[in-house]
Design a protein around this ligand. Structure first.
Ligand SMILES: Cc1cc2nc3c(=O)[nH]c(=O)nc-3n(C[C@H](O)[C@H](O)[C@H](O)COP(=O)(O)O)c2cc1C
Length: 131
């Protein structure tokens, strides 16, 4: 599923997104500051401090994201992640995190591949899938 330019722009500019994961019967949601689109299907997230999130993703790579400012970007992104602890994506994540906060020592680059997008704007379209 492809994100629009407006969606990518909103993610790029947003300070915090909320990342939801689940591997059993207890859902988990966390704010993530290091989130930015790499292309129209992929969002890079940086694992600096993930615990339950990471445990969940190791067992079940499916996740969902909404932006903190959901009025500006009223969409729910669903997809699955791939985790990289070395290589190009990991190096990118480390460079990015350290350029913002030198003390950070990222554990992994978490690549979120967008598979489905849903409208969440209150109104008749809420909950419907974006085609
Ligand atoms: C504003 C804010 C931004 C955050 N950004 C990140 C981030 O970019 N990467 C990260 O790994 N943790 C980040 N955290 C920490 C996570 O939200 C969370 O504390 C961590 O994943 C542990 O929770 P968990 O056990 O549910 O995974 C941030 C926390 C806050 C409050």
């Amino acid at each position: 599923m492809v994100m629009s330019d407006d969606m990518m722009d909103a993610i790029e500019k947003e300070n915090v997104v909320f990342l939801s994961t689940c591997s059993g019967d207890i859902p988990n949601v966390v704010p993530i500051g290091f989130a930015r689109p790499l292309n129209d299907e992929t969002i890079l997230l940086v694992d600096n401090y993930m615990k339950k999130t990471r445990e969940n993703l190791e067992k079940n790579p499916k996740a969902a994201i909404v932006l903190r400012d959901s009025l500006k970007c009223p969409y729910q992104f669903k997809g699955r992640v791939e985790i990289f602890e070395s290589g190009e994506y990991f190096e990118d994540a480390v460079d990015w995190a350290k350029s913002v906060m030198t003390k950070l020592s990222p554990k992994a680059a978490v690549l979120f591949k967008v598979e489905e997008i849903y409208f969440i704007q209150p109104g008749p379209e809420a909950g419907k899938k974006v085609d």
